[in-house]
Structures are given as structure tokens and as C-alpha cells.
Design a binder for this molecule. Sequence first.
Ligand code: SF4
Length: 231
Amino acid sequence: MPLIYDFMPVSLSDYPGVVACTVFLPGCNFRCPYCHNGPLVMRNPEGKVAEGTLFEYLEKRKNLVDGVCVTGGEPTLWGDLGDFLEKLKKRGLKVKLDTNGSQPEVIKELLHKGLVDYVAVDIKAPPEKYSLFTKYKEHVDGVLESVELVKASSVDYELRTTVHERVLSLEDIKAIARWLSGAKMYVLQGYRYSEGVLDPEFCGKKPCDKAFLERAKEEISEHFGEVVIRS
Ligand code: SF4
């Protein structure tokens, strides 16, 4: 079973339309300078929460919590993730997976086995700018493949990009939109600074400009079923 770094008992925002418990699995193969989960990503994977504690909580709150958002870090690095998700599904819980998309073979298997109900894939940048987030080309190839898998699947999904005008230009966002074109849901997430960001200089302390997000949305809407701004 994956180690559980921590869990948030109830979240109304991590899983669209579902009252969810959010579970954080440690370790990540990317090093996004704007990552808010520094301690979780940098630390050698170590579990802080016993699996039994999580399942006891879910049992006790089964009338309140309808789903689990499994996030990280990067959950798909855990080889036995499928066993963990299966345990959640057996309890009648909906499962959302947050992923950077670098492990398409894992996503493919989870989709095939029906172990996820919603997948959120982070899209960091146009493919040629991914070197800001990972130095491995196979990660980028993985994201390209994961996008196609998720788009072709029958589960709910979102493709989402954290945006700050210091990092991604309007042209970059338009290039992402051409790449992802035809996806049903794309989310522009405005960056916000917080303590613990891996590299505070990367985006600076000012949040993403709202007018920039609105302009980006306007420019790319034709490519998607729906474009949502979260800021
Ligand atoms: S992929 Fe996500 S968890 Fe990993 S470093 Fe980037 S923002 Fe952090």
C-alpha cells in the first residue's frame, strides 16, 4: 500500500461536485518551482498516517464523505496504487486522481480496471517548455500519452494549468490549447504565492493577474467544451 503522508478530512473544492476526503501520497518525480507541496515532494517518502486510521475515519464519516481525492506528490509513482484505490471503491467511494501525467501506463491500467471516476491531469506548459518542471524527456512523452488516454476515456476529467504571466505567456497558453484541443474541460488555475513554495522567485509573490486569466480564457475557449478559471 502507498504510504499516506496526510489527509484532509473534508474538502468541498478538491473533487468537483463531491464532498471528499483528500489523501496526500508522498514523493514526486517533477520539481516544479512553484510547487506548494515542498515538504511532501522533497522529503524521502515516509508515511505519517497509518492506513487503518484513514479507513477508520472514512467508515465513521461514510454519511458525509462521498469520495476521495488522491493527490500528492505524484500518486502514480506508487506501484500498488491500484490496490489502494480498489479498497476505496469497495467501500462505495468515488475516486478522483490528481496526476502530473508522467506515468501513462499506470493511468491506463487504472482506467481499464475502473478504479478512477475522475482524473485531473496537470499540464505544466507547452511540451517544449516542460524543462522548467522536469529534466526528463520521457516524462513529457508520458504526459502527451496520458492526455490522449484521458481524452479517449469515459470518465470525467479535467486538464489544468497553473498560470502566472511571468512563466507562461498568452502565446504559451494558446499553444497548450492547440495541443489539447477537443478536450471537454480545461482549467486555468491562477498561481498564488504561499509559504513553502519550492522557488519563491519563480512567480514572485504577486498572484496571477485576473485580467490575464480572463484574456487567456477568451482566446482559447473555442478549443474546449468548457474552460474554467480558478483563482
Ligand atoms: S508535479 Fe505537482 S507535486 Fe510534483 S513538484 Fe510539480 S506541483 Fe509539486
